[in-house]
Ligand binder design. Structure first.
Ligand code: GLU
Length: 312
C-alpha cells in the first residue's frame, strides 16, 4: 500500500485519438485540469484507443495529442493509460457479468438493427428490441458461423444523474436505451464497459467531458452499480462554437490544432480565447495556466453553447 495522501479530487481526460485534437477537446482537457488542480487534486490522462487495430492512425494521432497537450502546458499525473493494453482487465469484468447471467449474445447484423422502426438514440444506434434474447428464450438456435456481440440486460427502471452543469438527467434504461453492447462481435470491449472499469480502477472521482456523452451516463451508472464500482461526479460541457454560435466545421479545419498552432506561436492567446469563451475572463487576453487556476469556478461557465471570441 502506498502511503501517498489521497488527493481530494481525481479528474481525468480521456480522448479517443481518432483524429488530431481540436479546440473543443482542448477545452475539455483544460476544464478537467482546472477543476482538479484548482482544488489540489490530480488529473490523469487515458488514451481511449480501444479500436487501435481498426484505426491505423491512432498511434500517430496519439503522438500529436501528447504534443498538443504539452504545447498548452497541461501536465498530467501518473502514467498515461492506454485502453488498447487493458483487454484482460475488461475481460474479467465482462466475465463477472456473464457468470451472473446478465449478458446475452446478439447475432443481429448492423443492417438488421437499422432496418427496425424503433427510435434511434442520439448516436444513431436504434433502441434494441431484444430480438436475440427473445429468440433464445423460445429455444431457437443462433445463426451458424456468426460471432455475436454481447449485450447487457437492463432493468425497467429509472436512473438519474446529477450533473454539475446540466442538473438532473433521468432515463428509463429499458425504454430509452434498452440492452446495450458491452463487447462487440469483433471481440473489442465496448466503450461503456471500458470507461467505467478504468475510471473506477484509477480512483477517478470527477468526470468532465462533452455534453454528447450525457446520454451514455445512465448506462455507465448502471454498470457501476452492477459491478460494485464507485460513481464519480459528472460535469458535461456544452459544445464549443464560433462567435456566431455555429458548430466548428471539421471540413474547414476550424479549431483543429494544426491550424491553431500554425496561427499562434505560443499557447497564451489560445488559453485567453478559451478562458473568455468559458466566462473566466471578460475579454480574450494572453493568460497562463496559473492565472487561470485562480480564476476558475464552475459557476462562471455558460450553460448552453460556449462561444469562442470574435475573430479567433
Ligand atoms: N473517449 C471519449 C471521446 O473522446 C470520451 C470518453 C469520456 O470522457 O468518457 O469522446
Amino acid at each position: 500500500m502506498s502511503d501517498r495522501k489521497k488527493p481530494p479530487v481525481v479528474g481525468r481526460f480521456a480522448p479517443t485519438p481518432s483524429a488530431r485534437l481540436h479546440l473543443g477537446n482542448l477545452m475539455c482537457a483544460l476544464l478537467a485540469w482546472l477543476s482538479a488542480k484548482s482544488r489540489g487534486g490530480e488529473i490523469l490522462l487515458r488514451v481511449e484507443d480501444l479500436d487501435a487495430a481498426r484505426c491505423p492512425y491512432m498511434g500517430e494521432n496519439t503522438k500529436y495529442m501528447l504534443d498538443d497537450l504539452a504545447w498548452l502546458g497541461l501536465e498530467f499525473d501518473g502514467e498515461v493509460l492506454y485502453q488498447s493494453k487493458r483487454s484482460d482487465i475488461y475481460r474479467s469484468y465482462f466475465e463477472q457479468l456473464e457468470e451472473r447471467g446478465l449478458i446475452y449474445p446478439c447475432y443481429c447484423s448492423r443492417a438488421e438493427l437499422h432496418a427496425t422502426t424503433a427510435p434511434h438514440l442520439s448516436d444513431n444506434t436504434p433502441i434494441y428490441d431484444r430480438r436475440c434474447l427473445l429468440r433464445a428464450e423460445r429455444g431457437e438456435m443462433p445463426p451458424e458461423g456468426r460471432r455475436p456481440a454481447w449485450r447487457v440486460k437492463v432493468p425497467d427502471g429509472e436512473i438519474s444523474v446529477f450533473d454539475g452543469l446540466q442538473g438532473e438527467y433521468r432515463e428509463n434504461l429499458l425504454r430509452d436505451c434498452s440492452d446495450f453492447v458491452v463487447r462487440r462481435a469483433d471481440g473489442v470491449f465496448a466503450y461503456q464497459l471500458a470507461v467505467v472499469v478504468d475510471d473506477a480502477l484509477s480512483g477517478v472521482t470527477e468526470v468532465v467531458r462533452g455534453n454528447d456523452l450525457l446520454f451514455s451516463t445512465p448506462r455507465q451508472i448502471y454498470l457501476q452499480k452492477t459491478l460494485g464500482l464507485a460513481t464519480p461526479n459528472y460535469y458535461h460541457i456544452p459544445l464549443l462554437t464560433d462567435a456566431a454560435g455555429r458548430r466548428l466545421s471539421k471540413r474547414d479545419g476550424d479549431g483543429c490544432m494544426e491550424s491553431v498552432r500554425a496561427k499562434y506561436k505560443n499557447a497564451a492567446p489560445v488559453l485567453g480565447a478559451l478562458a473568455a469563451a468559458l466566462g473566466l475572463l471578460p475579454k480574450p487576453e494572453a493568460v497562463t495556466l496559473p492565472d487561470l487556476l485562480s480564476l476558475f469556478a464552475w459557476e462562471k461557465l455558460p450553460r448552453d453553447a460556449i462561444k469562442l471570441p470574435e475573430g479567433f
